[in-house]
Design a protein around this ligand. Structure first.
Ligand SMILES: CC(C)(COP(=O)(O)OP(=O)(O)OC[C@H]1O[C@@H](n2cnc3c(N)ncnc32)[C@H](O)[C@@H]1OP(=O)(O)O)[C@@H](O)C(=O)NCCC(=O)NCCS
Length: 169
């Protein structure tokens, strides 16, 4: 993990979730090593339906993520989850979340929210005004999560997906 310029954030335990499910300290760190990125995506792939790594276009998606994406992982002695987003479109000031995952055993303890908050803060620092994403229309869990975290639907949609966005004030 890169721990440059004070980016690393240490979280002192997790509140919420099941009684007794508190996780000791865990960290958020920016990932820059290509092998680590690929390994983390594979580690968390079980939460994606359908699988990300088995997508026909995974290799080109991964090249794009590695070249242009920002990659932040939550970890203690193991990987808990990660977020990948683009915050480089200076023309329309729109950042875009491409992947977000929390391992099943650690869901519901606000790790996803903290990953999202890191993404928002990073995107604001880059001058982004809007945060956008596409989510599978059947993924009710993720849609509720995004609504709870300030996203609303746009008019844009595809056969399988809906688009959501939020202002980065
Ligand atoms: C979506 C995902 C990242 C959420 O991460 P998480 O760590 O479990 O979510 P959090 O604990 O941070 O949830 C924050 C808030 O979102 C809402 N939320 C999260 N999961 C929810 C669910 N299953 N049902 C309803 N609301 C939910 C809750 O309001 C929660 O706050 P609260 O517990 O104080 O009420 C995680 O469930 C996941 O990895 N899903 C599979 C992969 C995926 O669908 N990714 C997104 C599409 S790329």
């Amino acid at each position: 993990m890169d721990e440059d310029q004070g980016f690393r954030t240490v979280w002192g335990g997790v509140t919420g979730g099941r009684p007794g499910s508190r996780i000791p300290d865990y960290c958020m760190g920016r990932v820059s090593d290509v092998n680590s990125k690929e390994w983390i995506i594979q580690e968390c792939d079980a939460v994606f339906h359908p699988s990300v790594v088995q997508r026909d276009d995974f290799n080109s998606l991964f090249r794009k993520i590695d070249a242009f994406g920002e990659f932040i992982a939550a970890y203690d002695s193991q990987i808990l989850g990660f977020i990948v987003f683009y915050a480089n479109d200076q023309r329309d000031g729109g950042a875009y979340i491409t992947l977000l995952a929390v391992k099943t055993a650690y869901q519901g303890r606000h790790i996803g929210q903290r990953l999202l908050n890191e993404c928002k803060a990073f995107s604001r620092r880059r001058g982004m005004k809007l945060l956008k994403l596409e989510v599978n229309r059947d993924n009710a869990q993720a849609i509720l999560f995004y609504e709870r975290n300030g996203f609303h639907f746009t008019k844009r949609y595809t056969d399988s997906g809906v688009y959501m966005e939020m202002e980065l004030l």
